[in-house]
Design a protein around this ligand. Sequence first.
Ligand SMILES: [Zn+2]
Ligand SMILES: [Zn+2]
Length: 298
Amino acid sequence: MNEGEIFMPTQERVMVFAAGEGSIEPTGQYSDDEVMAASDEAQKPIEDSAVVCMDERGSAEGDQPVREKVAGGNLATGTFAAVAVDWLLLTEEVKGRGPQAVIDVVATHLVDTGERLGGHTSNHASGDTTDCGAVDKSGQTTDNIDKYATDEAWIDQAKIDLGDGFRQDHWDKSHAGFSALARNTKWKNWQRSYIQEAIKKHGGIVEVVDATPDIDRDPQNVRHNHWGEAARINHQAGKSNDRDHASIPTFQVDVDALVRTARKMASSEDEFSLLLHAMVMFQYGTTYTLTRNMRIIR
Ligand SMILES: [Zn+2]
Ligand SMILES: [Zn+2]
């Protein structure tokens, strides 16, 4: 297929990201209309201010309040955007100390500006992994962004999600930053679970999602109990999916949470735009890494 056909509209509000290298793909059990209706129905007012992960798996520790969602949670997305665009508050000294120091600076800044941090682990996590694919596979994500983010198909999506705010120069600058990250061994080999430690240290929420293997449907457990039928990119402020009551599991990225996080990190309009482009790029990169042939709903 040529790259212009990677995002194929099946109807006005649903597209299929007919690419990706992940193990999570729609099961074929539901129609687009069913998936869209379930996702629409799951959109509910935000009940708690922590910004958690786009992960569609349910909570293993009882139903959670409705929280906004971005790839890996706001600390992971904020950290990768900060490094990609060389955020003004990252001094050479902090960057030199490596990922943990960077994560702490981003965490402190977000909390100081009134944000509540969020992320997750699972009931099957072990060792230095988090069982948050966005975090554990961030090395593959930066590789995929390096390779594919300048493809027409990605840019077309960014023009939808950023609207009039899309700037080609800021997309290119974000891409160059992620490409550098893809070649930086410090950002390949860092201790992933530090993200969750930092979230806890700064008073945030670390959800525990249910990764219990479903050996009947997935004998090799390649899915880690991920049964997402779509990824919704939500442009409606003040709402997110009530994940733990959704009838069909669906990933969700809340654009308003990205905009607000970028706004709080930025020292200028230019830096706001750069950070937002990098954040959007990280959402697509994570989706590419974790899923394949995934429906994208807006
Ligand atoms: Zn996650
Ligand atoms: Zn797992």
